[in-house]
Design a protein around this ligand. Structure first.
Ligand code: G3P
Ligand code: CA
Length: 313
């Protein structure tokens, strides 16, 4: 892994704006990116899926139902399962949709503005976000990085799309596919994480995401990934792990989990998701959650919808 020796690792916990500043503005929109950039985060996350015409879209779900008005705009394009899939639409069609928020508590004014169709509340592409963040970074000392996620590679393959290849090409074209670029690529599918590194020539930082097997459609054996051999396998191809924060500690006794301790022993960065003020487990308030993560587990960064509410900055 000599190639990866110079990938950035920093002492201060990194703040990763989860889907942009998505606690305040509709997720993954350019407006949410601009707000996150203004909050002086370290990275801005881009969940990626592919359109019919092979564009990389910054979108969390492979379908459009939850955050757009697709059902009223293109009612005839529903698949048999009742969903509207991004891969069935061209970018030009997708750009006509309005993006709204998943957070019910977002200010009503934001929702009204979004419904009125401001250009800032459209689906954005990875290329647009790279251009925007690069532009916002110009003339600044601190460069805010990119944290793209390869979403559902196996599903994309069934649709005839090689999402990982498109991601590596996009990074290469933007001059970002090198170990010193402030880029961390993430993926839940461990076979795909290995393919990105070993076959597709990804040279940036890489993070293996870890979920829970009962969340539905698990893309990896998450229990194995939390074991010593699993972490050893991850460390051969990646710089870090992106676990659910609850996997890192036991609420009942305040102990750091064996998984978290082993990850450190393997030299892996730990970037848990999604550390929000309204998502502390029962029995803990947000301050206690942050204390647990920053002082006890000693995580290297956190994904959050509310970057301004993280106190360890
Ligand atoms: O990528 C970290 C975190 O975002 C993983 O969960 O579902 O929000 O992409 P999700
Ligand atoms: Ca994500």
């Amino acid at each position: 892994l000599g190639l990866l020796g110079s990938v950035q690792t920093v002492a201060d916990p990194q703040i990763i704006a989860h889907r942009g500043a998505s606690g305040y503005l509709p997720e993954h929109t350019l407006a949410a990116v601009i707000l996150a950039h203004g909050m002086d985060v370290d990275y801005i996350e881009q969940d990626l899926v592919v359109s019919k015409d092979d564009q990389l879209l910054v979108l969390h779900d492979i379908y459009l139902d939850h955050v757009t008005d697709v059902a009223t705009r293109f009612p005839q394009r529903k698949r048999a399962d009742g969903r509207f899939y991004a891969v069935d639409f061209t970018l030009a069609e997708l750009k006509t949709l309005r993006v709204t928020s998943r957070h019910a508590e977002q200010p009503r004014q934001v929702e009204l503005t979004a419904r009125q169709g401001g250009e800032m509340f459209r689906i954005s592409t990875f290329a647009e976000q790279i251009a925007l963040i690069s532009q916002l970074n110009q003339g600044r000392g601190k460069q805010i990085g990119f944290y793209p996620e390869v979403k559902q590679a196996a599903w994309h393959r069934k649709q005839g799309k090689d999402i990982s290849k498109l991601v590596v090409s996009a990074l290469t074209e933007a001059g970002l596919n090198h170990p010193d670029a402030k880029v961390m690529v993430q993926c839940f599918d461990f076979a795909e994480t290995q393919r990105l590194r070993n076959q597709l020539g990804l040279k940036t930082g890489l993070v293996q995401l870890i979920g829970e097997s009962d969340w539905g459609n698990p893309e990896s054996d998450y229990a194995w990934l939390q074991s010593d051999p699993g972490l050893q396998a991850i460390a051969k191809v990646a710089q870090g792990i992106g676990p659910w924060h609850r996997q890192l500690y036991q609420v009942e006794n305040g102990q750091v989990s064996a998984f978290a301790r082993m990850a450190k022993q393997h030299g892996l960065l730990i970037h848990p998701y999604t550390v929000n003020f309204d998502d502390a487990p029962q029995g803990m308030n947000f301050e206690q959650l942050q204390h647990m993560l920053f002082e006890k587990v000693k995580v290297d960064g956190v994904f959050t919808d509310y970057p301004d509410r993280i106190s360890n900055r």
